[in-house]
Design a protein around this ligand. Structure first.
Ligand code: CTP
Length: 403
């Protein structure tokens, strides 16, 4: 999944021959899951038709303050459009437009929108080699960079003039990947590694039967998704569930039993910064697994169970700088029991859900939690979707990371 998924992107097109590449840019943005609106300078329409771009972007193309073709003239609101955008890319950016952007000369809709936009602005210059080298162009580029705008430098090659040199607009694929990696770098959890456990474990009785529980795995799935959306690399170790993350920063490791989960968690724990253990791990497993299917030959059947290793507690004994987060599902003396677990398992944070609260805990779409940190500061949250609970947990973890 691209980091640009769900983002609102404004593409500003100015009058250079490289405008023909804008069609590919729109296609690539749409393919990455972004919404795209296109602004053209009036002269850019000589190089590529608005129809092509409106068809590809599925949005009308705007090139002036009023829509002159409409029966009832409509004022195009550059302020609203500038605020709508999560990201503004001007590509190709001609020497003329770069100079207007640098000096604030707002004589067309594109530059007025640029001045209104609060989002990150990227620009991809495209012009002939001598224009690109000219001190006034260089001065525009430096000024724009000093404003915090991000330049996607022109590349070297054959230019429309027939001359060979620097001035070709970067290729659309290169532009998109630069924007993607730049967007990722700016995320608050970029560079951090998370380990998340989720779902139930199944403990085999014989080849066809097991002891399990009703955990859906949704809470852990939402936590893994949120951590990845905030820029973290996530090792997601999950028991059997229906949830399949589609984010390239989530490495999913499916496991079945508590022992497999224990092994995988210990394999990865040393390389992570944060471990969140939300799995409903079986506390007991059959002591002996029958190698053949158990026949119903006797009236009663007893299965001897033995304790599984407590994965969370085992991490508490070996952790160094990691932030260790556990869950507690309690039915009585909730806060006291959660604090006992927080201390005995050497946790930095415990997420308490009480089975007494309607809508909390296993199975459902919602949860109602109290977060208790290692200083015993308690924060009780109202009933929320598990996605929103994951947001609250991430906010607390970021506070601990930045403390
Ligand atoms: N946990 C674990 N390994 C286990 C059992 C639990 O890692 N074998 C983790 C869970 O993922 C959860 C936390 O421990 O983060 C709390 O689990 P819970 O079952 O509520 O508490 P227990 O410590 O097992 O105590 P009890 O069942 O007696 O309440």
């Amino acid at each position: 999944m691209s980091i640009l998924r769900g983002k609102n992107i404004l593409l500003g097109i100015t009058a250079g021959i490289a405008a023909y590449k804008s069609a590919s840019l729109v296609r690539l943005f749409i393919k990455s899951g972004a919404s795209v609106k296109v602004i053209m300078t009036p002269a850019a329409k000589e190089f590529i038709t608005p129809l092509t771009l409106s068809t590809l972007s599925k949005n009308p193309v705007i090139s002036s303050f009023t829509d002159a073709d409409a029966e009832n003239a409509v004022w195009n609101n550059h302020v609203e459009l500038g605020l709508w955008a999560d990201l503004f890319l001007v590509a190709p950016a001609t020497a003329n437009t770069l100079s207007k952007m640098a000096s604030g000369r707002s004589d067309n809709f594109l530059v007025a929108t640029y001045l209104s936009a609060k989002c990150p602005v990227y620009f991809a210059p495209a012009m002939d080699l001598d224009m690109y080298k000219h001190p006034s162009t260089k001065s525009s580029l430096e000024t724009l960079e000093s404003f915090g705008n991000i330049m996607i430098p022109a590349t070297t090659g054959e230019l429309a003039s027939g001359l060979v040199g620097a001035g070709r607009m970067a290729e659309p694929e290169a532009i998109i990947s630069l924007i993607e990696s730049n967007t990722l770098n700016q995320l608050p959890l970029y560079g951090k590694r998370f380990l998340v456990t989720a779902g139930p474990t199944y403990e085999a009785i014989d080849p066809v039967r097991f002891i399990g529980n009703h955990s859906s795995g949704l809470m852990g799935f939402e936590i893994a998704q949120k951590a990845a959306l905030l820029g973290a690399e996530v090792v997601y170790i999950t028991g059997p569930t229906h949830y399949k993350p589609n984010n390239s920063r989530i490495n999913t490791i499916p496991v079945v039993s508590a022992l497999e989960m224990y092994t995988q968690v210990h394999l990865h724990f040393k390389s992570v910064d944060v471990a969140i253990l939300s799995a409903a791990v079986a506390d007991y497993r059959p002591k002996n697994i029958s190698i053949s299917k158990i026949k119903k030959s006797t009236q009663n059947l007893s299965i001897e169970l033995e304790k599984t290793a407590d994965i969370l507690a085992s991490l508490g004994t070996i952790k160094s700088n990691q932030i260790l987060v556990g869950f507690a599902l309690e039915t009585n003396n909730e806060i006291e029991n959660a604090i006992i677990k927080l201390k005995s398992k050497n946790l930095d944070l415990i997420v308490l859900n009480s089975l007494n609260d309607p809508g909390a805990g296993f199975g459902g779409e919602t949860n109602k939690v109290t977060l208790i940190d290692k200083n015993l500061v308690q924060t009780a949250y109202p009933l929320k979707s598990k996605a929103n609970v994951a947001d609250d947990i991430m906010t607390e973890i970021q506070n601990q990371i930045n403390a």
